[in-house]
Write a new protein. Sequence first.
Length: 225
Amino acid sequence: MPQKQRKINAVVFDFDGTLARLVIDFTEMKRQVAGIAGEWLGRRPQPDGLPALEWVEVLARDIEAARPGQGRTFFDAAHAAIRDMEREAATRGGLFPFARKVLRDLGGRGVATAIITRNCGQAVEAVFPDAAGYCRAVLPREAVSRVKPDPGHLLAALEILGVPPEEALMVGDHPLDIETGQRAGTRTAGVASGRVSREALGAAGADYTASDARELCETLFGGGA
């Protein structure tokens, strides 16, 4: 007889595409990173499908190997450009209308909540300045040594919440979020409020899927969330 799943006592949310929309042009972000890297490499590199943050790390290693002592200089310049884009995107974005209510209602049910995001803290602060009033943990990328899908990002939030992975749910709009939860040992939910379809999130292995976080929480926790 299959073992009964433990109650969900914590929900950890991704931010952009899940609770908010920041309107980030990731193609342009990579174009800017390529332009910066070209100053050191003497050629314009191609990302080969890597997300921008991981690509910056690869390029920094390449630049350090070719020009010792310069890898960190490139890394800092690339991250400054990425932060500028995120801050600008935050001025054109905003929280989804349901976000605060979902977080408030989960708290009212005794479910701890947190946000983990690959975005910088300044962008999160611009869009959700009162996040700390709704979540016990808000961990942007600079708050951890390795960002999701590294499971350490999610586990750091759960440590703050005091909830073990088997009693937690990771919610996000991208397969990276599903991978993060799987690697950390939580249940996972995919919401199609970002750039990825519900079907694709299910195919990525999400335990639950929904159109958005409001629908997901209504399904899992009842009509008040």
